[in-house]
Write a protein of this length. Structure first.
Length: 399
């Protein structure tokens, strides 16, 4: 086996899953993470389609089931809180069969626990320079140290520093879909019990939900916007942008916004996708959002990360550590899968955030009538069919 030392930038879902599979195949992975520890909490995510096969092969499916959110249902509400329409949680979330919903932080912890004793983790640090000399990659860390690895993999998200260092500025690859998203923890003042409430107004959607594993609740905001100029690490600036976007809105929005100042997990970013002609360059490769972010609107970011990690490690192992063959095999096997799931994002977000008052009125009217329609569950299943098809758009090899 050649090229056994692999530095992974990012200890999120993609990075920890890749560390697990590389170790299984005899490589020696090291993971560097800017945060001081694995990130806890986070929003709810879905594991479906091919990703279910990956977590089953990792032996963690039972643990994932124990940590499931167990959200029982969802309702669309008016400004006065009246519930217009309700449906089951799995139907609302587009889940079927063995699909599982779990908090992102819980899945991250499960994967980290699988690898902690066998993988070197460098927390509170990051990569500031890469030099690929053809025989290895010399890495300089923010902490000041330097080390050389056979390979480097960027699993560091939409704003990947690894991608910027190896491939160039993100402006070449990141496409803004015209929307922003914010998620953070809030007190469960509505005493929701594993339920989700969604409020829709022109250009803005807001929702609040509780899960079985959280005594509090989560608030999520999706809103249409042009490009916004802000510092991705300036929380105060981001919170002002969010407050301005929802100024004057009704329902529970003022109270939810009041909670963001104390939220330990405030998140704010554009809904964007990453499109690249190649996911590798020399001895550096990318996986997950760094390579092909589909945006949260796709509902498939976690599944893409899990599948990509499985395939990249497997292809490198099948190639005996030959990075050119391994990286090429990984991209050939997963590009169609990634593109199919990316295609979901632009269409989905148009149904999640309605641009005009006429669209809002029409959708609210249809939803209010839905409870009288026979076969509404089948209707929703038909709507979600493209998501399930994209989730299964790859056949995994047995490496």
């Amino acid at each position: 086996m050649r090229n056994t030392s692999v530095l992974i930038s990012g200890a999120g879902i993609a990075g920890t899953a890749l560390a697990y599979w590389l170790r299984r195949h005899g490589f020696t992975p090291t993971v560097v993470e800017r945060a001081p520890a694995i990130r806890q909490g986070g929003y709810k995510i879905d594991i479906r389609g091919a990703a279910l096969d990956v977590v089953t092969r990792m032996g963690v499916m039972d643990e994932i089931r124990r940590e499931r959110t167990d959200v029982q249902g969802a309702s669309i509400v008016k400004a006065n809180g009246e519930r217009l329409a309700s449906m089951g949680g799995d139907t609302f979330g587009g889940r079927e069969g063995e699909d599982a919903e779990i908090l992102r932080g819980d899945l991250n912890r499960i994967l980290y626990d699988l690898t902690e004793s066998e993988v070197e983790y460098l927390f509170d640090d990051s990569i500031v320079s890469l030099t690929d000399d053809g025989d290895g990659v010399r890495v300089t860390f923010e902490s000041g140290g330097t080390r050389t690895f056979d390979l480097v993999v960027g699993a560091d998200g939409l704003h990947s520093a690894t991608r910027a260092l190896a491939f160039g500025p993100e402006s070449r690859y990141v496409r803004d879909l015209g929307y922003h998203i914010s998620i953070f923890s809030v007190p469960n003042h509505l005493e929701l019990d594993r339920w989700e409430l969604t409020y829709v107004s022109p250009g803005r959607t807001a929702l609040m939900y509780s899960t079985a594993k959280d005594t509090g609740a989560k608030a999520m905001f999706l809103f249409a916007t042009g490009p916004l100029d802000y510092d991705h690490r300036d929380r105060e600036q981001q919170q002002k942008l969010l407050a301005d976007a929802y100024a004057g809105e009704g329902w529970e929005i003022p109270r939810l916004l009041d909670g963001m100042a104390d939220a330990p997990d405030f998140y704010f970013d554009s809904l964007s996708q990453v499109h690249m002609d190649r996911w590798s360059k020399g001895r550096v490769a990318l996986i997950g959002d760094a390579a092909h972010c589909a945006s949260p609107a796709s509902g498939q970011g976690t599944s893409l990360a899990l599948v990509g990690a499985y395939v990249l490690a497997g292809e490198l192992a099948a190639a005996g550590g030959d990075h050119e063959a391994g990286f090429g095999g990984y991209e050939q096997a997963t590009r169609h899968f990634a593109e199919q799931n990316q295609n979901l994002g632009p269409g989905n977000i148009k149904h999640m955030v309605l641009r005009s008052r006429a669209q809002v009125w029409f959708q609210m009217k249809m939803l209010s009538l839905m409870k009288y329609l026979p076969g509404k569950e089948r209707m929703m299943a038909k709507v979600m069919e493209p998501l399930q098809k994209a989730a299964r758009a790859i056949t995994l090899k047995d490496y």
